[in-house]
Design a protein around this ligand. Sequence first.
Ligand code: HEC
Length: 459
Amino acid sequence: MRRALLVALPLLAGCATAAIQDRSVSAVDRAPRVLQRVPLPAGARAVGVVAQEGGEGIIELADGHFLRVDVRGEVQPIDGAPALPRAEWTTSGGLRAEYGGRWFALEAPPGNELGVAPEGLRSIAQVVPLTFRGAKDAKGARDAWIRIGTSVVRVHLEGGADAPKVTWMDPAPGASVGAVQSIARIDEGRGAMASDRGLTLVSEGTIRTYRDAGIPGPLGGGGGWAWVGWNGQILRTDGETWESLAKDVVLGQGARLAVDGGTGTFALVLDGAGGVWRIQADGALFLSGLANGAAVFDTKLELEASPAERDALERVSFALDGKDVASRTAPPWGWGTDGVRPADLASIGFGTHRIDVRARFGDGRERTRTLRFDYRSPIGRIPTYDADIAPLYDAKCGSCHTAGVGRGVARDLSSYERLSGQAAAVRRAVRQGRMPPDLRLDPVSTSLFTAWIDGRTPR
Ligand code: HEC
């Protein structure tokens, strides 16, 4: 059916005849470097996980809030919406794709051809939004992979943000991968699909389906690896070898998996019982404190490199915006940890900054990891005392910190001069969660104080 279609449809270009292979899973047991249960605050229920670059992840809670998990597995609330991956395809009213920051409606080539109508057209309305998301090549072109019926079609968008050229491709004529539940990007050219037939790895010339008992569950990928929950295990494959990283995991409907897209070494797993696990397959140079592209409201950061070969590591150095700021020749390999001067970024301005971490190993190898972050105020400009801070002070601090008012039990900070005169103490007290003493200041208010003080306390 597919082959006939190719002849009838010149638009379906670039159809390499993929070799289709069947394998069975044989995984080696592998003790991960970290297998850790992430503690959730009392009463919090996790409904999703998002892993980000740099070994940090995000947990989505049922109440709509998000928690950030740092490289040590500690959680902190985060404000604002995190950089959740955008759905690039929807099925409402057909297919839509995001390209160059705009959405386009995609139509199947005219004349019923695509899936051999009428079934084909019917199934296009049921297209599963599948994509090896985000991979843009040098020309900014991007591919999406969608399922139509039981076939997988690749759609390539290229050129012109106003009207991209769309090419429909059939990477595997005749391949039937079953009812696909989820899809993940492994790297630029490869992806994985979990279906009732097993786990299918798709690359340019090869489609390989691995079979095992049961249906593979949550799926994630990145850095050359696909991770999948299957038969109570968390497995990882690079397309050749399989590793079993955790056993006796409760999977099922609610289970989710998110993989660090850059390295493929780190994942967050939400199991079917609501537990969140952090798994780090092997050592990697991670930084605590920030994640790629993350908005950083707190300019006092602790960065810690956690290298694989601790003993063989000779030196770790940190550069901020191209300037060397710290280096360590002995553990802890941190900038700002265990007595090393904190990574005090208070002098940086709002905007995008870069931290390069360079590790040199005993055998002469070097590894560098670059992280970019935006330091920005939660309100998009430096807060001012009159407009932003005074009302906040009245609402959150004034009842105790105003002489002769209410409780008035503490030092008077109720004027611009008094509050800005104690800026450093205010920043510390607020950031450390000590003030106000009776309740936890919400993250936006905390960042407003920080941004005001870092922005040199403008009136
Ligand atoms: C429930 C009462 C109460 C509230 C509300 C409160 N404080 Fe305090 N605060 C105190 C007391 C009591 C002290 C200890 C006495 C002192 O040092 O002034 C204190 C001390 C401080 C100090 C100096 C000592 C330290 O811990 O660094 C700062 C700065 C401060 N508070 C800032 C704030 C800010 C900013 C807010 C609002 C976000 C706030 N406080 C809200 C009661 C309060």
